[in-house]
Design a protein around this ligand. Sequence first.
Ligand code: FAD
Length: 544
Amino acid sequence: MSSDLTDVQGEYDWVDALGNFFASPPADVPPEVLEAFAVIQNHGQVLPPRLFYEVVEQSSIAISITDNQANILYVNRAFQNLTGYCSDELWGENESILSYKGTPKTIYRELWTSILSGKSWNGMLVNKRKDGSRYLAEVTVAPVSCARTEAHYFLGMHRDVTALHNLKNKVHNQKELIESVVDHAPMAIALLDMEGKVVLDNRAYKTLMADLGGREPAELILQSANSIISEDFKTACAKGYSFEHQEVRLFQGSGREARWFSCSANWIKEFDLRAESYFDSDRQSGLLVVANEITRQKREQEQARINAVQALMMEQSATLNMQETLSGAIFQMQGPLNMIEAAAEMLKRQEPAQAHLCNTLKQALDAGHQAVETLRASIPGEVSEATGPVNINDVVRDVLNVMAARLLAEGVVVDCRPTESLPFITGQAGKLRALVKYLLDNAIDALREPGNWQREFMIITKNNNDERIELWVQDMGPGLATELRFKAFEPFFSNWNSRRGHSGMGLTMAQQIAVEYGGEVEVDTEYSNGCRIKVSIPVDGGQQ
Ligand code: FAD
């Protein structure tokens, strides 16, 4: 076959045919081909066949012209490069020389039905090169007729889209993989657009949203993390504000335990897919919010902390018991010693002849004082503890946790009403826990007194203008008679009917601790349903 189409045809029928064809080309003719022909047509001149030939020959699309049986009359250079055949090898061959038998017969049937009815066909075919290698071809076949000779031709245009197909599949596979990984990830993941609207989320996120009663977890996380992002999305994005590993507590509604999450929020940039933004470096942004549940770890940490608090409180309690016992012994010894001292003085003054007896009493007195001093010296010191910011609500919660077993055993219900925003005071948490425990022990003891008392007490914390913190413990027990409201704070005073080995030092010790913090403990005279003890501590009265 000659490489010049004009020689093959002998006439210029194909020029007419192609001229008509490109006057109103079908929609699926490749744009590169249309563009090339548009250039020559725009001139509005009689087109020299050589020009047509050059355009077709130079086209990057594989172009072939066949007779009405698909026998090849002409192929351009791109066709030869793509298939590996030279034009001489193809002349007179059917286009089926390219057919790889993996293309379903139905596709060819469609192709032929379409072109035989005068319509062009566009679709994908798996083609085989001369060397047997395969490629995916995007093919357009169009019927082309010559009005003058009424000859019918087919114009074939195809290109290798294997790489594009691979890329598409690769992207698709990666997308599937990423979506599947993200969807099955145990952490809740959501992507927010610049309006703060969730545009993508995974299964864990949807489940969390359902657990939160339909509230948007990302919104709650951004609010709880105290992040500026929730206030001003656009500024936060422009300044790149983000956070990592921020612990956030989400509340699930009444009766259900709050859950803890370790959260992060990071800005991600997406490429703008529009052609016009090819040269723009600006990229669309989105906020990726990830929440990893750590409730179990938090619970374990909390349990370990409570165990440590319990151990510390037990140690403190043992020390305080020892202090109470020894102080009690000293207090009880002091009485007889005072009496001996008075007797010795009297004897010395009234019976000077009894100097010997007086000496003996003096010796006994000295021995007594020495014994008191020995006892005093053996009073154990306080358990050492670091000073730091303490929140009374946390103190109350810790004490209730430590006393949980006792409260359960006694069948006592606690109605705890903490004030949310309670300022911190500087002090020793252990000492303040001891204070609260003295009051709660008394409240439980009050409910155990003979009588038909409601087995419930209430704990209230209050914030007095950020100046004083108040703690009220009020029970529904027998209460304290008016005349005993001050006496109750004296050492070793106990008015319980059913005495349970208490030394009567509880309120004294509680008072002592409150005083150390510049505060006070009092029995509320206005409360008549039982006993209400009010502790008041100045915020700046804590220990430095
Ligand atoms: P065949 O047995 O030849 O044909 C399979 C089916 O195609 C038949 O059952 C029948 O329904 C239909 N068919 C085939 N020839 C005719 C006909 N003359 N008239 C009516 N129906 C017919 N094929 C490719 O695989 N790759 C190409 O790149 C390609 N380019 C083409 C370009 C042009 C311009 C034309 C006209 C056709 C092209 N074909 C191409 C189609 C090709 O001619 C074959 O039809 C196809 O390759 C199937 O060949 P086969 O030997 O596998 O099966």
